[in-house]
Design a protein around this ligand. Sequence first.
Ligand code: SF4
Length: 188
Amino acid sequence: MRARIHAVEPRSRANGPGARFVVWLQGCTLGCAGCFNPTTHDAAGGTERELGDVIAELGAAAARGIEGLSLSGGEPLQQPAAALVLLAAARGLGLSTLAFSGYAIEEIRGLAGGPEVLAQLDVLIDGRYRSPERLATGLRGSANQRIQLLTARYTLADVEATPVAEIRIGRGGEMVLTGVDPVKIRAR
Ligand code: SF4
């Protein structure tokens, strides 16, 4: 199966408990004012990738000791089949699973593929980003968003202990800035 992917990060500590493989799925039509990641909106953007290749990278990361998979976006529930394949692969590797969604859990239950995705998740951060309620801590971008513990794998404290920002410098000197309150680098 192929999917449109905005980015993949093999090891992040700012996208859920512990070290996690993160996949940002491309495409979101929810249109939250003040969204901090507008380049993920265009469903035709990003890169079309074979999920088998992404899962191979996930397996390599698991062999190096990561704890889980986090799905972000874009909106993961707008590519539910891809989300399901990735989450099931993570579960098969014994990894924990987490997703960020702009949909509320009540909406996800009514989406095509939504209940199946929920059944593969340990943690869901749900709800639209509302800029007047900006929070940017404990994995929640705004105060209306909720941390849904869908299994007993983590406690609320585990999830809320996630750092708000992270800078990773790659071997080639490239910087990856992630987290619910990413650091902003200004050109001089
Ligand atoms: S759901 Fe997420 S990606 Fe989509 S507009 Fe809202 S904040 Fe942005």
